[in-house]
Design a protein around this ligand. Structure first.
Ligand code: N01
Length: 539
């Protein structure tokens, strides 16, 4: 057996979270190593390089706040950054902070085992290398495990099969081809307008239509970024105080603003019509009761259908684009010309609710509605979110218990989204039950990393070697996070989203976000730390 490398903290993953953790732990003087499966930094922003990939939070907020120098030196070109720019930004950060010397790339962890006697984790890679560390920070990402469907005949396709979650590094030439896209979540909605412009023919295979709001992304005007940078302190302070960790316009802030809007149910017919006349699909959904009242939500969906029908010329296509699941149960989507794309002559919508996919054939896709000949099939079919990455690793905690078994039996439990009871010294950045994907991911991960760094500082100062979440504290936390969403449509039985595990066959359903906002979450985390880490046992 090969000699194990020993460090104090092993960080798994070199995406946004892992890079931040490495930098902050180094500042603390902790010997830290990052291991990363891919050959570069960036995590999900390295591999999701499909055409149109873009963030839906503004660049100046979807970026690290820990370095004033980096804030000033990096030049964003657009209000909302596209994937290549985010990838370049993370490479810039890695170089600027000289992070690469402590990152081992092409290193895939397949098991992590906690030894109760030595209070250390041993991690093994796919290639058989071993690492031993008292602490592990799982910066494994919340949307890092693509869900690839199990459709009969997928491997028989004679054309090119592409997966948005592992898009070819050098891109794919889609010009002049007949392209089929399966999936109309955020990814599909982003890529469909872009692909339609390149393709000879585009066939969209839609199982669930999306609610999506039109958005204008634009390059910064001359001097605009410099002006924003000149008051970065103020911008960060506003972000910190904002429930979603992004105070400027974002997909989340639009939802938040809706909460304080008047109820749809008491609006007059004239008010409803005017909302759609003046604000289109946005006007249809922009009512305060749609989050809490399923009937109001259904009424909003009806209005939404009217708004879509004003954009999409073909009546059957317009009707097929109207969702039947509750608005807000899935993540808000913003788009650039999505509905207009269906007015193009080279675009066809296949509504799979009228006849499902039977199989992939050597020449295309066979559905109950007919066969579609294709040169390329793109699978934009989502992720095994939040728990997917750690469930694919054999994570063995106390008494050899497997983390994936705990989550399969109990649901995605966690205390604060930072630790799971029975898995001492394993910190999960953006674990289930934390604000993570219900907020600006970067703001949320910085808060997690800060908390972990403070916790390790405290443990050092007090001579503790282990920290472990207590089962009772974990249960109470889950009860709290679950109670927050109980009165909302987020948990309605007709809502199958990755937020509640409903998109993965067999996954135990539980809403995985924390919805009281980042400031409230930070307050609770800080209070727990100030009380000597209540709810944890320190040894
Ligand atoms: O995944 P999704 P995504 N046959 O799960 C369909 C982030 N993100 O990759 O709903 C046919 O939302 C599935 O249909 P259904 C963001 O957090 C952010 O699009 O299961 N269809 C659905 O339409 C987002 O929420 C950005 O009926 C199948 C689609 O595939 C998250 O990533 C951009 C199928 C999956 O939608 C995930 O988005 C992109 C099958 N067998 C992503 N299996 C931005 O920042 C699945 N589907 C803007």
């Amino acid at each position: 057996m090969t000699e194990a490398s020993r460090v104090e903290v092993l960080v798994v993953g070199a995406g946004f979270s892992g890079l931040c953790a490495l930098h902050r732990l180094r500042e603390l003087g902790v010997r830290t190593l990052v291991v990363e499966r891919a050959d570069g930094v960036g995590g999900t922003w390295l591999v999701n390089r499909y055409p149109g990939a873009r963030c839906d939070i503004e660049s100046i907020e979807y970026s690290y706040s820990f370095s004033a120098e980096i804030e000033q030196e990096w030049e964003w070109t657009e209000t909302m950054p596209a994937q290549p720019e985010i990838e370049a930004y993370l490479n810039f950060v890695a170089d600027r902070l000289d992070l690469r010397r402590d990152i081992e790339f092409d290193t895939e962890i397949v098991s992590m085992t906690f030894d109760q006697d030595t209070a250390e984790w041993t991690l093994e890679t796919a290639a058989g290398a071993r690492y031993v560390a008292p602490f592990v920070v799982a910066a494994t990402g919340i949307l890092s495990v693509p869900l690839e469907p199990d459709i009969a005949g997928m491997d028989t396709f004679g054309g090119t099969s592409l997966f948005t979650g592992r898009w070819p590094r050098d891109g794919a030439d889609l010009r002049g081809k007949r392209i089929g896209v399966i999936g109309t979540g955020s990814t599909g909605v982003q890529m469909i307008p872009v692909v339609a412009r390149e393709a000879d023919e585009l066939v969209v295979f839609q199982r669930s239509p999306a609610y999506t709001l039109p958005w204008q992304v634009r390059p910064f005007a001359p001097g605009e970024l410099a002006e924003l940078k000149s008051r970065y302190g103020e911008i960060r302070a506003a972000q910190r105080a904002h429930p979603v960790g992004a105070a400027r316009l974002s997909a989340f802030s639009v939802l938040l603003d809706m909460l304080v809007r008047p109820p749809l149910k008491s609006a007059s017919a004239e008010e409803r019509r005017r909302a759609v006349d003046e604000h289109g699909v946005m006007g249809a959904l922009n009512w305060g009761d749609v989050f809490f009242d399923i009937e109001a939500n259904r009424m909003a969906a009806e209005l939404y259908g009217e708004a879509v029908a004003r954009i999409v010329r073909d009546r059957q296509t317009a009707a097929a684009l109207v969702p039947t699941h509750p608005f807000a149960c899935k993540r808000p989507i913003i788009d650039q010309g999505y509905y207009e794309t269906f007015n193009r002559d080279n675009v066809t919508l296949v509504d799979l609710r009228r006849g499902a996919i039977r199989s992939v054939t050597p020449s295309g896709i066979d559905t109950e509605q007919g066969h579609y000949g294709l040169d390329v099939i793109v699978y934009a079919t989502g992720f095994d979110a939040m728990t997917g990455a750690l469930s694919r690793i054999d994570v063995r905690g106390r008494d050899g218990v497997l983390l994936r078994d705990v989550w399969a039996a109990e649901g995605p439990v966690s205390y604060l989204g930072l630790q799971v009871a029975g898995f001492p010294n394993l910190f999960t950045v953006q674990g289930p039950g934390s604000p993570s994907a219900a907020t600006n991911f970067v703001a949320a991960l910085e808060q997690h990393v800060d908390w972990i760094v403070d916790c390790l500082t405290y443990m050092r100062a007090h001579g503790h070697r282990t920290i472990e979440a207590l089962p009772d504290a974990q249960t109470q936390w889950i009860e709290h996070t679950t109670a927050l969403v109980a009165p909302t449509v987020l948990v309605h039985p007709s809502c199958n989203s990755w937020y509640n595990g409903g998109n993965v066959p067999g996954k135990k359903r539980m809403y995985m976000g924390y919805t009281a906002g980042l400031p409230e979450y930070r307050r609770r985390c800080d209070e727990i730390a100030a009380a000597g880490y209540s709810g944890f046992t320190l040894g």
